[in-house]
Write a protein that binds this ligand. Structure first.
Ligand code: FHN
Length: 424
C-alpha cells in the first residue's frame, strides 16, 4: 500500500470526504496510437506506450500533429460524471509523456501550440464542472517526464540518468506549469501528483508549499511523495479489505488501461462497479474511477453505459454513500457490507437473493428500517437476545419485490449514534 501521508484535517478534507466518488480522466497524446505502434499491439497500460515501445521523443512528438479532438464536448463529459453520481473530476494535465493538455505559456509542448486543435480543453471543462457542482482537479506527473532530458524515466533518448539535472527540470517545467494550473482556471480541488520516484523530501515539500501558497484550500494527493500528501492513495485498483484509518482513495480502471486503447474490451460490469464502490465506502475510502477518451475526444460507449447504470443506482442509494463513514464493524457480513451516517446504519445487501439479514452486537434501539429507493419500503425488523452468542440480535426480512437489482440498501434509523460491540 502507498501511504502517501495524512496531512489533511477534517476541515480541509471536508468536501472530499463527503464526495466519495470521483471521475478520473486519462487523456493525452497516447490516445493517438491507442495501444498500437508500428502495427503491433503494445501490451500494458495505454498511456505508457511511449515507454513500453521505447518511442523516441522526436517520433512521439508527431502524435501532437495528429491530435485534433474535434468531437470533444466538455459539457457532455461533465454531464456523464454527473449522471454517474461522481462529485469530483481529476484530469491528466500532464502525464509521464510530458505533454501539457492545457495552455502552458512556459512550454511549446502543449495542446495550444503543438496540435491542430489549438485550444485549451481545460477552460471549458472547469467551467462545466463549476456549473454542475463537480469539483475540478488536475493530475500532474511531477517526477516522470519522458520528454524532458532532465525529467525521470526516459532511458532510451537520454540514457545517462546520472547526467540528469532533476532540480533544473523542476524549476524549468514543473513549478511554472503548476503555477499555470493554479492561476489560470480559478479554484482547483486538488492536484493529483503521481509516481514520486526519486523526488526528495525537500522537493516534495516545495511543490506542496507552492500549491498551498497559490490556492490554500487545494488538496495534494499522497503520491506527491515523502508522506506529505493530504490523503493516502491505495495502489491502482487495490480494494481495501479491512478497516483503514484516515483519508484514503483508490484509483481504478473500468477496463485494463487508463489511457485509451482500441482493443481493450475487458470491461468490468456495472454490478462489479457498484460492489466496488460499496466496498470502498464501507471502509471509508474514496473511489476514483477512470475513463480514457479517444484522440477525437470521445469517451468510449462501454464506459458511458456502465457509468450511467452506477449513477442510476446512486440516485436511489446515494444517501448511503455520500457523506457516509466506514462501517463501525471491522468485518464484512455474510449478507454484505455497511456504511453509517449520523444515527443511521446502512446495510448494503450485496448477496443476491438474500431475504434475511442478521446483525448482532448493536446496542442501540432501532427506530425504523426501510429499503432505499422508490417507495422507501418499510422492512420488518425483529430484535431478540441470541442465547448462543449471548448478544443482542436484529433480524430483517427483506420483501423480495422491493429488492434492488444490484445492491439493496436497508437504512436502520437508530436512537443515537451507532454503538456496536463489534466481535464477529
Ligand atoms: O504510471 C501511472 C499510470 O499511468 C496511471 O496514471 C496511474 C493512475 O493511478 N498511476 C501511475 C501508476 O500507479
Amino acid at each position: 500500500m502507498n501511504t502517501g501521508g495524512q496531512q489533511g484535517n477534517n476541515d480541509r478534507m471536508s468536501w472530499w470526504r463527503k464526495a466519495r466518488f470521483g471521475m478520473f480522466i486519462h487523456w493525452g497524446l497516447y490516445a493517438v496510437p491507442a495501444g498500437v505502434w508500428q502495427g503491433r499491439h503494445i501490451e500494458g497500460i495505454g498511456e505508457w506506450i511511449m515507454n513500453w515501445a521505447r518511442i523516441p521523443v522526436a517520433e512521439y512528438e508527431r502524435f501532437a500533429r495528429q491530435f485534433n479532438p474535434v468531437q470533444y464536448n466538455a459539457a457532455e463529459w461533465v454531464q456523464l460524471a454527473k449522471d454517474a453520481g461522481m462529485k469530483y473530476l481529476v484530469i491528466t494535465a500532464k502525464h509521464h509523456d510530458g505533454f501539457a493538455m492545457f495552455n502552458s505559456p512556459s512550454s511549446d509542448y502543449d495542446i495550444t501550440d503543438a496540435t491542430p486543435y489549438g485550444r485549451d480543453p481545460m477552460v471549458d471543462l472547469v467551467a462545466e464542472c463549476r456549473k454542475a457542482g463537480i469539483v475540478p482537479c488536475f493530475y500532474y506527473s511531477q517526477t516522470l517526464d519522458w520528454h524532458d532530458p532532465d525529467g525521470a524515466g526516459n532511458t532510451w533518448d537520454y540514457p545517462d540518468e546520472d547526467a540528469k539535472d532533476f532540480e533544473a527540470y523542476l524549476e524549468r517545467k514543473v513549478i511554472p506549469q503548476l503555477t499555470e494550473l493554479l492561476t489560470q482556471y480559478g479554484p482547483i480541488g486538488l492536484i493529483w501528483f503521481d509516481c514520486p520516484g526519486k523526488i526528495s523530501r525537500e522537493q516534495s515539500q516545495r511543490l506542496r508549499d507552492l500549491v498551498i501558497s497559490l490556492q490554500p484550500d487545494c488538496l495534494v494527493s499522497g503520491r506527491i511523495g515523502n508522506d506529505i500528501g493530504d490523503y493516502g492513495s491505495l495502489r491502482d485498483n487495490e480494494h481495501p479489505e479491512g478497516p483503514i484509518q484516515g483519508f484514503w482513495e483508490t484509483p481504478c480502471t473500468l477496463n485494463d488501461t487508463w489511457g485509451y486503447k482500441t482493443y481493450d474490451e475487458n470491461w468490468k460490469s456495472e454490478d462489479d462497479l457498484i460492489n466496488l464502490l460499496v466496498n470502498c465506502a464501507s471502509k471509508g475510502v474514496n473511489y476514483l474511477l477512470n475513463v480514457g477518451p479517444t484522440a477525437e475526444g470521445v469517451i468510449p460507449e462501454p464506459s458511458i453505459e456502465r457509468l450511467r447504470k452506477v449513477g442510476t443506482w446512486l440516485q436511489h442509494n446515494g444517501e448511503a454513500i455520500y457523506g457516509s463513514e466506514a462501517s463501525p464493524y471491522p468485518f464484512d457480513f455474510e449478507w454484505g457490507k455497511m456504511t453509517q451516517r449520523e444515527n443511521v446504519l446502512y446495510l448494503h445487501v450485496t448477496k443476491r437473493q438474500c431475504v434475511s439479514v442478521r446483525l448482532t452486537g448493536l446496542r442501540n434501539q432501532v427506530r425504523s428500517a426501510r429499503i432505499l429507493g422508490p417507495g422507501q419500503t418499510p422492512v420488518e425488523c425483529t430484535e431478540r437476545h441470541d442465547a448462543e452468542s449471548d448478544r443482542h440480535c436484529i433480524e430483517l426480512t427483506l420483501p423480495a419485490e422491493a429488492s434492488d437489482r444490484y445492491v439493496t440498501v436497508v437504512a436502520l434509523e437508530l436512537d443515537g449514534h451507532p454503538d456496536v460491540s463489534p466481535s464477529a
